[in-house]
Design a binder for this molecule. Structure first.
Ligand code: SF4
Ligand code: SF4
Length: 502
């Protein structure tokens, strides 16, 4: 018995009067939608992923893409997606994989938060005329500073913990070489060096092409420990232990063997073509005490000179876990919300497990303050941050800085088609195929990503100026400058903010 085929997701058509047969669509589509037969371009719409590469490259705007050209009978419960998942799993018997972030239509809390602005009684600040301080330090802060007088000079005697100094509160999160291409990673590395900030290497070592930018990298250690040795630890400006990821809390990672080319295998220190499977837990971490041991071992190995971060997925008891991390000698806790992106995750995890980053930031900041340990760690938020307003709201909720991921890939061309796990990314990002990787020029890619960071940094200063604040320190955890719009009382209580009009 055949289950038949599911309807087309996308339908591609070409305006043949406009088409000049330049063949760019044929050359650019890595999914094989277009082919030539008898001098005619034939189209197989079933292979289309809506990556928009062909549309972007067509010089005549001749290509038309239509979403859902045929649909099922509408039904509020048995949506097209629910029906197709059942059909596909009845056919394959397999877990469904998906790329990018949570695709459910949950309300976005950021869009229901509004920022304050000064009017009449409290003057706003013009960032074009007055200095604005967006410099951000990530790491432990001393509870108090002690000084001694020395022949008329004043010396600081408090020993300061190592901190990362950022010119903007925006960093780029961890996307490993293997998950993304070297040219994509190199573009990000050049961009963070240009803008005075940092990027994560992801799990999987550091390629030597990134060495010139190592002072702007945070090296990651995940449960597979791929690519980790003392040289790797010493190269990074900071070290991050990844315990969990917002897109797939509670499970490990899987880089398919097809993406493990010779270069990736050397960088990850694994055999060529082998699957890189990171286990769900770290097999040496079963308690905060175990975590503290690993944190201290990493500090010991690097002379206590580098801050150590711990990254967790935002889950129900995120605040209590973060408080434990703050007591483990870690210097920063990274919390990744359930809208965080990924190259590949089981769809059921991506869309159903975890909590939104907005609630997690507020809960963690509140818990650390309540326990008097807020200065012990910085709080870095990630997972679904789309623009400068999301960043400003994250900081007002209590974050020190943010990681962006998907937004930086969109700046490199990504169209969020969600097919990263197939290794055929036509934009040269989530692929290791040389002919596709070469589509990214790292100099141009770096310029685009740096432009995005600069533009968002400017917008953050404008938003702060409008609220009468001239330093990021004054914005941090300043929930008085936020109001909730169309949020229920339960969520307002969690976010510790008032409703609009209050
Ligand atoms: S890219 Fe546009 S103009 Fe060129 S062959 Fe394809 S449809 Fe025609
Ligand atoms: S990185 Fe490439 S494959 Fe992944 S969502 Fe973006 S365009 Fe699609």
């Amino acid at each position: 018995m055949s289950l038949g085929s599911v309807p087309l997701k996308y339908k591609i058509s070409i305006d043949r009067d406009q088409c000049m047969k330049c063949m760019r669509c044929v050359d650019n589509c890595s999914y094989g939608v277009y082919r030539i037969e008898d001098d005619k371009i034939l189209i197989d719409s079933r292979k289309c992923t809506a990556c928009h590469r062909c549309i972007s490259m067509c010089p005549r705007d001749a290509i038309n893409l239509q979403e859902k050209p045929v649909d099922y009978r509408s039904h509020p419960l048995w949506t097209a997606e629910a029906r197709e998942d059942v059909i596909n799993q009845a056919r394959s018997g397999k877990i469904i994989l998906a790329g990018m972030g949570n695709a459910r239509d949950y309300p976005v809390i950021f869009d229901r938060l509004v920022l304050d602005a000064c009017q009449v009684t409290n003057p706003s600040i013009d960032p074009l005329r007055e200095p604005m301080e967006l410099r951000t330090y990530i790491g432990k802060k001393p509870a108090k500073l002690e000084f001694t007088k020395n022949n008329g000079d004043i010396d600081l005697t408090t020993k300061l913990a190592p901190n990362l100094k950022l010119d903007t509160p925006i960093m780029i999160g961890h996307m490993s070489y293997g998950a993304i291409s070297l040219n994509a990673q190199l573009s990000l590395a050049k961009a963070v060096a240009k803008t005075g900030t940092f990027m994560g290497t992801g799990e999987g070592g550091m390629h030597e092409a990134i060495y010139p930018y190592q002072d702007h990298t945070i090296v990651q250690i995940a449960s597979g420990r791929f690519g980790v040795d003392i040289d790797y630890l010493e190269r990074g400006a900071a070290i991050e232990i990844k315990v969990g990821q917002g897109a797939k809390p509670g499970i490990g990672g899987h880089l398919p063997g097809e993406k493990v080319c010779a270069d990736v295998s050397c960088t990850r220190m694994i055999p060529l073509g082998s699957d890189a499977i990171s286990p769900a837990p770290h097999h040496d971490i079963y308690s905060i005490e175990d975590l503290a041991q690993l944190v201290r071992s990493l500090k010991e190995a690097t002379n206590w000179e580098k801050p150590v971060f711990v990254k967790i997925a935002a889950v129900h008891n995120v605040a209590a876990i973060a408080a434990g991390i703050a007591r483990s000698d870690a210097d920063a806790v990274v919390v990744d919300g359930f809208k965080g992106g990924t190259g590949a995750a089981p769809k059921v995890f991506r869309d159903n497990v975890g909590i939104p980053i907005e609630a997690a930031i507020a809960a963690v900041d509140e818990k650390l303050n309540d326990q008097g340990i807020r200065n012990e760690v910085s709080l870095i938020a990630s997972g679904g941050i789309r623009n400068s307003a999301d960043i400003t709201k994250s900081i007002a909720l209590g974050a020190d800085a943010v990681y962006i991921g998907t937004a930086s890939l969109i700046a490199l061309g990504c169209r969020v088609c969600g097919n990263c796990y197939r290794g055929l990314c036509p934009w040269g990002i989530a692929t290791q195929k040389p002919e596709l990787v070469n589509r990214i020029d790292p100099e141009i890619g770096a310029e685009h990503v740096a432009n995005l960071i600069k533009a968002w940094t400017l917008e953050i200063s404008e938003l702060m100026g409008a609220a009468g604040l001239n330093s990021i320190e004054s914005l941090r955890g300043n929930r008085e400058r936020l109001r909730g719009y169309m949020l229920d009382q339960g969520l307002l209580d969690v976010l510790k903010i008032e409703s609009v009009g209050a």
